[in-house]
Ligand binder design. Structure first.
Ligand code: NAG
Ligand code: NAG
Ligand code: NAG
Ligand code: NAG
Ligand code: NAG
Ligand code: NAG
Ligand code: NAG
Length: 439
């Protein structure tokens, strides 16, 4: 399979229950009654297979904020979160702001009050929130997803699973809404049998990620009632691929003192780039077929990426793109593969999303179970960048006969990268390569 880039990403969320208090509130003899109460909804097999849930109401999207506003705000959320991750991790970084936004946005439907405000604010969407219509933002996310996943020249799949304890009660309208706006797939699991629960979840994840992630969970908290898994899968082809025959081992300078040998890809080709005089970095844009590109920002001096990270905003990226000039260059880029996972619940708390993870969580739109809270959010992402991406892999080799020596851009020191979808300027992935020989 020829792929220029291949990414995927997974989420794990556990809805932790304060079991001691649940037990006191739900003595065994009342349980039947509790579960069959009118307003609560017990998951039944038919419901999982129900495909066409009708729209519960008409969605009015006010003109003043659009998908473009959402992606701009989400990009800045991505950069804010990136800085939090970068502060706590010295090495390579990779995550998907897009997927995290989708996952947390689904929780806007399940929460109320301060818990909800914190999510909206943490996602940097507070200026877009429509007080009259709580479905305004979900509708924009839905529109975004439908649009960017409909492209035929690359594959972008994003989705979410909800694995629910067999006897756990969810608010039926939450169930319908999360399916309607965020395409959540529901599966019933018996977390009491953690062996079986693990099997069911891993099987589903394995299937949706086409085998890229086979083993997501090692073990479960047997008190878990709801586990959400979210994935993104992107497969694109370079418009102008690298010729694998020109890839050679070369040194990559991690810092002043350390170097590693990496497979360095090469092409002599027309490439769009710019040099940022203020931040002293070179920015290169490599397009995939369809409307997606990889943006690479390389500081002039190795180890200088920290000041660059501090300045990242959607506006700065816009400025870079506006200043880009396309010219023929000799371009060197290391092949790399990253595989990262983060305890996002800890990072989200530093962005102000706190109540969701405590007993103060107001998940009353999701369940009427007392003391429900989210105990874990884990994201796993994998990216592979290599020469491949098209059948015409040798195309750039012929350009080697140029008479004048073109300028050279050599990515042989730590760099930042972003994967943007261009129609809505959506930041799909964001990361940093400090050492290409590590995952
Ligand atoms: C569970 O809820 C009870 C009742 O509010 C509280 O006293 C207790 O500290 C909680 N336990 C945990 C582990 O959060
Ligand atoms: C949405 O974006 C448009 C165009 O950039 C801008 O004019 C408008 O003020 C934005 N709306 C909000 C609510 O930020
Ligand atoms: C996506 O949105 C853009 C801009 O609004 C539009 O031109 C394009 O046709 C849409 N594509 C799909 C598949 O909906
Ligand atoms: C949820 O969807 C089901 C199946 O379409 C429907 O029968 C039910 O009325 C919906 N419930 C609510 C509360 O919207
Ligand atoms: C799971 O275990 C709990 C307590 O051990 C029990 O009350 C509940 O009925 C069990 N659920 C299922 C589906 O077996
Ligand atoms: C748990 O599930 C596994 C696999 O489905 C099954 O073999 C085993 O008997 C179950 N254990 C219990 C205690 O139900
Ligand atoms: C379910 O959620 C809806 C809003 O999404 C709310 O109006 C309703 O009261 C909730 N039902 C229960 C039983 O909590």
């Amino acid at each position: 399979m020829k792929t220029g880039i291949c990414l995927l990403l997974l989420w794990e969320m556990c809805l932790g229950m304060n079991t001691s208090s649940v037990k006191t509130r739900m003595p065994e003899k009342n349980k039947e009654h509790f579960l069959s109460k009118k307003q609560t909804f017990s998951i039944s097999e038919e419901h999982f297979h129900h495909k066409n849930i009708p729209k519960p109401f008409e969605v009015q999207v006010p003109l003043e904020s659009t998908v473009y506003n959402v992606t701009e705000k989400s990009t800045n959320f991505g950069f804010n979160l990136y800085r939090k991750i970068a502060m706590q991790h010295d090495n390579n970084v990779l995550f998907s702001p897009l997927s995290l936004s989708f996952l947390m946005a689904a929780f806007m439907l399940g929460t109320k009050g301060e818990t909800n405000n914190q999510i909206v604010q943490g996602l940097n969407l507070h200026l877009l929130k429509d007080k009259e219509n709580p479905y305004h933002l979900p509708a924009l996310f839905k529109q975004l997803k439908e649009n960017i996943t409909a492209n035929e020249e690359f594959i972008l799949q994003q989705g979410s699973f909800a694995f629910i304890q067999k006897d756990f009660c969810l608010n039926e309208s939450f169930l319908n809404l999360s399916k309607e706006y965020f395409d959540m797939e529901f599966r019933s699991v018996d977390f009491n049998n953690s062996t079986q629960a693990k099997e069911v979840i891993n099987q589903n994840v394995n299937k949706m990620t086409k085998g890229k992630i086979q083993e997501l969970f090692e073990d479960f908290d047997t008190h878990a009632k709801l586990v959400l898994v979210d994935y993104v899968f992107f497969k694109g082809k370079w418009i102008h691929p690298f010729n694998a025959r020109l890839t050679e081992p070369e040194f990559f300078h991690i810092d002043k003192y350390r170097s590693v040998q990496v497979p360095m890809m090469f092409k002599s080709d027309k490439v769009a780039s710019t040099f940022d005089e203020n931040l002293r970095c070179t920015v290169v844009k490599l397009p995939y077929k369809g409307r997606v590109h990889l943006l690479i920002a390389v500081p002039e001096k190795e180890g200088d990426y920290v000041s660059l990270e501090d300045h990242l905003t959607a506006e700065l990226v816009e400025l870079w793109l506006r200043n880009m000039k396309t010219r023929k260059i000799d371009f060197f880029l290391p092949k790399f593969k990253l595989d990262q996972n983060y305890q996002m619940h800890k990072l989200l708390q530093t962005l102000g999303i706190k109540n969701l993870f405590t007993n103060q969580a107001d998940l009353s739109q999701l369940t009427d179970q007392m003391y429900a809270r989210v105990s874990q959010v884990i994201q796993r992402a994998v990216i592979e960048v290599d020469e491949r991406g098209t059948e015409a892999a040798a195309a750039s080799g012929s350009e080697m006969t140029a008479y004048s020596v073109p300028p050279t851009i050599r990515v042989n020191r730590p760099f930042l990268f972003m994967v943007f979808e261009e129609t809505f300027k959506t930041l799909i992935f964001m990361g940093r390569v400090v050492n290409p020989t590590e995952l």
